[in-house]
Design a protein around this ligand. Structure first.
Ligand SMILES: Cc1cc2nc3c(=O)[nH]c(=O)nc-3n(C[C@H](O)[C@H](O)[C@H](O)COP(=O)(O)OP(=O)(O)OC[C@H]3O[C@@H](n4cnc5c(N)ncnc54)[C@H](O)[C@@H]3O)c2cc1C
Length: 469
């Protein structure tokens, strides 16, 4: 979106993408475009002040409007629809927190209300906090439209081109190409650059699960739901013309990346909880994705750090990247133009990153890294040379005093280094996706050791050994 905004303003833009365009987290989102982001406004009011809460709400609403305007102007067919967003509570005891948030809505003139109508949804609730006039869309259809405009505007696009590092005004890629720039925007989910170690401990990785199912009891067309308690499922309608029944997208069961949970089990559990909400006839697909969480629940949009006035970052969207991704293009293009932007200070990456309590909770990474390391070593197979895996199986195995990641494909073992090339954390085997996943900063590698998700830029050292057994 940053490339789009700058190209429209007449800048010469080059866009590089490490994989294929629109293959990142945005391809696996639930794509509710909403300013209702949990009970954020009472949090912001007590953590900062009422004005900050107001500014954040307005920033999100203006980003939603910007998306709507772009869709209208460029006639992008992407199932965009205005809906009311709802936080539903299943338990009476949760209502007091929803009431507190509803009070802040009133103070800030946020268009919304608390309803205790227990029969408004297809399943029973204790109450609902409604925020009016939010939206949903199909992000891939939207971005397809954006890419068409980028091509018309002659933006140079390089796919399978991974940024690795910079020197002054030159960006180097992993394939040893270089691009000279005047301004650099790093919108790569987790930033691959970390000048002065600013970002490595700013974000926590949170996994989330999603499934798409045909249902015979759909939720109302004009609502998008988010659970406050219980299994805390988000539920939205999606458009699927080839389906005979209405189709719902369920999201939930999020957890931190250090908690090792089997993806298949999580998805089964999600299916179970979804079945308690609506009568689902058939699951069409299910998946896991990850996003970056910040200590104060606000994104990082603006100058990359204080040292450079031509490096920018858009990251840390806290599972609300649809509006915030577009907001980043509004703020960063203003900064590049030398214009003021009323939202920039609130989301400035160089702000104080949270209250003492928030930072204390957020900055537990070194402890987690140590625990994960010990657990990984304890669970590792004792001897790589003695390993006997079935085809399609992977594991960590000891190799002398070090560890290796091993995966068997047919009659070959793919043996890779078990250290992430980003900052050396131990990698976990993900048997569902057949990938090596880093719990520290979210890098992922396929079983041959190739980077498929940053911030890592270098592949793992890898070796193919024939099965001798
Ligand atoms: C389960 C789940 C549900 C969610 N639901 C919602 C929702 O309902 N509403 C909402 O607003 N948000 C939601 N989010 C959050 C939202 O999906 C993300 O915040 C958003 O998609 C992140 O966008 P991004 O552009 O930062 O990252 P991505 O979409 O991952 O794009 C980053 C791109 O950068 C590329 N890249 C990485 N490193 C390099 C490099 N070194 N060089 C070149 N290219 C590189 C990647 O290949 C990728 O294509 C959800 C997230 C999850 C996990």
């Amino acid at each position: 979106m940053n490339a789009f905004k700058l190209a429209l303003k007449g800048y010469e833009v080059t866009l590089i993408e490490g994989n294929e365009l629109v293959s990142g987290t945005t391809a696996n989102t639930t794509a509710r475009i909403t300013a209702q982001q949990g009970l954020l406004y009472s949090q912001l009011k007590s953590q900062k002040d009422g004005n900050s809460a107001q500014v954040y709400y307005e920033s999100q609403m203006s980003a939603i409007k910007e998306i709507e305007n772009i869709i209208e102007k460029y006639n992008i067919d992407c199932d965009f629809k205005r809906v009311d967003n709802v936080i539903y509570a299943e338990h009476e005891k949760s209502l007091k927190n929803l009431e507190k948030e509803a009070k802040v809505y009133k103070e800030l003139s946020i268009d919304g209300y608390l309803s205790t109508d227990t029969n408004q949804l297809p399943f029973e609730t204790a109450g609902q906090l409604v925020m009016k006039n939010q939206a949903e869309f199909h992000p891939l259809k939207f971005l397809k439209g954006i890419i068409e405009v980028l091509r018309e505007l002659n933006v140079t696009i390089y796919e399978h081109t991974r940024g690795k590092n910079t020197d002054g005004n030159t960006l180097f890629t992993t394939d040893d190409f270089s691009i000279d720039f005047e301004q650099l925007i790093i919108a790569t989910h987790f930033p691959f650059l970390d000048i002065e170690n600013f970002y490595f401990n700013s974000f926590k990785i949170s996994y989330g699960y999603a499934l798409v199912a045909e249902t015979s009891t759909p939720i109302p067309e004009n609502l998008s739901l988010n659970g406050y308690d219980g299994a805390r499922l988000s539920i939205r309608n999606i458009v699927k013309p080839d389906s005979n029944l209405p189709v719902l997208l369920f999201g939930g069961l999020g957890h931190g990346s250090y908690e090792k949970r089997e993806m298949t089990k999580q998805l089964k559990e999600l299916e179970h909880y979804a079945g308690q909400k609506t009568v689902n006839e058939k699951t069409l697909y299910a998946y896991r994705a990850q996003d970056l969480m910040t200590a104060d629940s606000l994104p990082f949009i603006g100058y990359f750090n204080k040292k450079y006035d031509n490096y920018f970052i858009a990251s840390g969207f806290n599972k609300y990247g649809m509006a915030n991704g577009v907001l980043s293009s509004m703020i960063i293009s203003d900064l590049i133009d030398g214009k003021n932007n009323v939202y920039k200070d609130l989301v400035d990456p160089n702000r104080k990153k949270g209250t003492f309590q928030q930072l204390k909770q957020h900055l537990t990474n070194p402890l987690h890294i140590g625990e994960a390391e010990i657990k990984n070593m304890a669970e590792a197979h004792p001897d790589l040379d003695e390993l006997d895996l079935s085809p399609g199986e992977g594991t960590v195995a000891k190799d002398g005093i070090s560890k290796k990641g091993v995966y068997r494909e047919d009659d070959n073992y793919y043996v890779v280094s078990n250290r992430c090339t980003h900052m050396g954390c131990s990698l976990n085997w993900n048997n569902d996706d057949k990938t090596w996943d880093c719990p520290c900063h979210g890098s992922r590698f396929n079983y041959t050791g190739k980077v498929i998700e940053g911030p890592a830029t270098d592949d793992l050292d890898a070796d193919i050994r024939p099965n001798k057994k």
